[in-house]
Design a protein around this ligand. Structure first.
Ligand SMILES: Nc1ncnc2c1ncn2[C@@H]1O[C@H](COP(=O)(O)OP(=O)(O)O)[C@@H](O)[C@H]1O
Ligand SMILES: [Mg+2]
Length: 278
């Protein structure tokens, strides 16, 4: 029954940042980074959130996970970890859940960061980086934790020998794999990937795209992919939401969008890409 409703339903999401000026730091106005975004995400689906730099993609992605607090709107999510006895999932509003519920929700929703250089703590070994979520949530420790970390490393194309090393010893692509393993550790239902390949060498971008595809199958994942890169959209996304100045101006299947962009802004976005490709 619960499977009929979308995994995620975002309604009128807003995030306004105060703009402060002068020595008194008075609020002069607001940047409407996200200004009334609504979207749904079905189980197993990949939705791309695209648009030019500064249009609010990252803010929307982070607000949906409540890594930053949204100013307004509802984020309805069918949570496995907050389900009651005998229930498979429970629909909760991420925007208003308590701190403790939010902590539990981290098991269901995770993020892959854009920059694998700054997002991994350089003082932590790979074993700690990947194992920390499992440890913190009391899911595994000791030998079991070790085994789980090893499995996760293998799943992302790294190996057990890497466990005691530190992230700075790895290439960008390998670091992003570590970040992905960390995001996968709690077996989330949904992952928000914020520009997952844009900080990587072009030569290894395709490998990470393929990895994300394989992991989606293996771990039954639903993806929200934030990107300005239309190649990522082409390879990964079932549907695409085009953002412009904090709002969604078009949502369509990836196929339809490339074939026949409806909104003038989408057309402009696609033509830039064609110009770069040619
Ligand atoms: N913490 C913040 N404080 C103030 N303004 C912010 C903050 N984060 C983002 N913004 C502004 O919100 C807008 C959207 O930013 P962002 O979500 O990062 O866009 P994108 O990811 O599409 O490039 C930009 O104008 C940006 O300057
Ligand atoms: Mg961004």
């Amino acid at each position: 029954m619960t499977n009929k409703e979308p995994l995620l339903e975002v309604r009128n999401l807003e995030k306004h940042f105060p703009v402060r000026r002068g020595i008194l730091r008075r609020t002069q106005g607001y940047v409407k980074a996200v200004d009334g975004v609504s979207l749904t995400l079905d189980r197993g689906e990949t939705l791309g959130l695209v648009g030019e730099s500064g249009c609010g993609k990252t803010t929307a992605g982070r607000s949906i996970l409540r890594l930053i607090s949204p100013s307004r709107g509802d984020i309805l999510f069918s949570s496995r970890s907050l389900s009651g006895e005998g229930e498979e999932t429970r629909r909760v509003n991420v925007a208003t859940v308590s701190r403790e519920e939010l902590r539990q929700l981290r098991r269901d929703m995770q993020i892959i960061f854009q920059d694998p250089y700054s997002s991994l703590d350089p003082r932590m070994s790979v074993a700690d980086l990947v194992g920390e979520p499992l440890y913190v949530h009391g899911i595994a420790k000791g030998a079991e934790l070790h085994d789980r970390v090893e499995q996760l490393l293998v799943a992302v194309g790294l190996n057990a020998d890497h466990m005691q090393r530190y992230s700075h010893e790895f290439s960008g692509g390998q670091r992003q794999r570590i970040g992905i393993a960390r995001a996968l550790a709690l077996r989330p239902q949904m992952i928000v990937a914020d520009e997952p390949i844009s900080a990587l060498d072009v030569s290894i971008q395709a490998q990470v795209v393929t990895l994300l595809q394989d992991l989606q199958e293996e771990f039954d994942l639903t993806y929200l992919i934030v990107t300005h890169d239309l190649t990522v959209v082409r390879y990964l996304c079932d549907r695409v939401a085009v953002m412009y100045l904090g709002q969604i101006v078009e949502i369509a299947t990836a196929e339809a969008l490339f074939a026949d962009p409806l909104h003038p802004y989408t057309e402009a976005l696609l033509s830039v890409r064609t110009a770069v490709e040619n």
